[in-house]
Write a protein that binds this ligand. Structure first.
Ligand code: ZN
Length: 431
């Protein structure tokens, strides 16, 4: 998960989520009223008590799940453990789908929409990484402990809080641990859910939880297109065959051209050469080199334009090298392989799910901040299904690094969790 907050949209959000009155104050929306009623209710006090009583258990579950490694495409063991946890909370229809998403239903009273509440099982760390959790004072350290392992037990605590408080909901809620959120996974769990999963046509709302505080509401999905471009040539001895075309120079031509792209600042659009590979020895003209590149944007048209520009640069870069040196033993060729595709999407600020999420934040005494990110919500957003990504509660640090950790600050963490739970409850029309 990666988030960038758009400071400008925070102010806009405030204006857009309620009609501004003549005095400039926001008029309360129906979502504000629903959130306020829920937060003041006796049942919600019980739900908060439940979260508080569960704090140590949440920490213990985070440790248990963190220590079951879950590299991209190898989430099975953790998925099985989490599925057993979902089952233990009394959900019905607990199952694992074809790609490894695990899920269970908390049935509503009927006639309500289906809401998906999920956190991702996978981490960025390869198999064999030491995932033993280390505790130092109020901090826990282990690769993957924050993103997104810390969210999984919070969802379980939500279910227990709903049960203990005696909530019924109009909506059916599908609680899930999904696979494939991180880089190479390319959102395959979320993609499967909406393209082939058995609930695909029934899902009305989608909430993905990632670590962090409750005020942040990610309602825009940054899209990306990623390529691995391989350049091939005849190769040869660096001294004896000097003068033959070299794929490294063709690739360098392409990189220099790529770096000249003027990416728009708004909507934010970027590019990067991230991995360089190739060659076998210092005294050989390589027969192959490769570069892996990333292009991102908050705008669909801008991303498509950048991609078109990039792809159009490759053949001229190769042609330039073929013209510069001898092709007597063969020419330089290239192959561009699409390795990552995250669609751009967004849930409008006027959508019910955003109105609910921001209303709960406001009614909890915080300031909602809308933003863009690249998360599982990109898939439903790109399909026009209302989706947001919310903070599940813990403050984490050094995500995606071996020093990853989280800070235990119970009052703050519990307040954040309560806000997340209130959002789910308000959206599900809990009574
Ligand atoms: Zn994440």
């Amino acid at each position: 998960m990666r988030m960038t907050l758009l400071a400008a949209t925070a102010a806009l959000a405030l204006a857009a989520t309620g009609t501004l009155t003549a005095t400039g104050a926001r008029a309360a929306t129906s979502e504000d009223q629903a959130a306020a009623t829920l937060l003041k209710g006796a049942k919600f006090a019980k739900a908060k008590e439940s979260l508080k009583g569960d704090y140590d258990r949440i920490i213990q579950d985070i440790i248990t799940l963190t220590e079951i490694e879950a590299p991209p495409f190898k989430e099975d063991a953790r998925g099985a453990a989490y599925m057993a946890m979902l089952k233990a909370e009394g959900l019905s229809d607990v199952e694992r789908d074809e790609v490894g998403n695990v899920m269970g239903l908390r049935k509503g009273t009927g006639g309500g929409p289906l809401i998906v509440v999920t956190a991702h099982l996978d981490t960025v760390f390869p198999g064999g990484t030491n995932v033993k959790v280390r505790r130092e004072g109020d901090k826990l350290y282990a690769p993957g402990i924050g993103d997104d392992t810390s969210s999984l037990p919070v969802l379980l605590a939500f279910i227990r809080a709903m049960n203990r408080a005696g909530y019924t909901t109009k909506a059916d809620i599908l609680f899930m641990g999904n696979v494939g959120e991180e880089g190479p996974g390319d959102l395959r769990g979320s993609r499967y859910l909406f393209q082939k999963g058995k609930y695909k046509d029934a899902i009305k709302y989608f909430i993905s939880f990632e670590p962090g505080e409750a005020g942040r509401v990610t309602n825009a999905g940054t899209g990306s297109r990623r390529y691995k471009v391989t350049f091939k040539g005849p190769g040869g001895h660096s001294f004896g065959a000097f003068g033959l075309v070299n794929p490294a120079y063709a690739m360098a031509n392409a990189m220099v051209d790529f770096a000249t792209i003027q990416a728009p600042a708004q909507p934010k659009t970027t590019y990067n050469v991230g991995i360089l590979e190739g060659g076998t020895s210092v005294n050989s003209i390589p027969f192959a080199t490769a570069m892996t590149i990333d292009m991102r944007s908050n705008g669909k048209a801008e991303l498509a334009a950048e991609e078109k520009q990039f792809l159009a640069m490759l053949q001229p870069a190769v042609d330039k090298e073929n013209a510069a040196r001898s092709t007597a033993n063969g020419k330089i060729t290239y192959d561009a392989q699409l390795i990552g595709d995250r669609p751009v999407g967004n849930t409008p600020e006027s959508a019910h799910i955003v109105e609910v999420a921001t209303a709960v934040v406001r009614q909890s005494g915080l300031e909602p901040r809308l933003g863009a990110g690249s998360t599982d919500s990109n898939i439903p957003m790109s399909l026009g299904i209302e989706a947001v990504t919310l903070g599940s509660g813990f403050e984490t640090f050094r995500a995606h690094s071996l020093d990853e950790g989280l800070t235990m600050n119970p009052p703050q963490d519990l307040a954040n969790m309560a806000t997340g739970l209130a959002t789910v409850l308000t959206l599900a029309e809990a009574r």
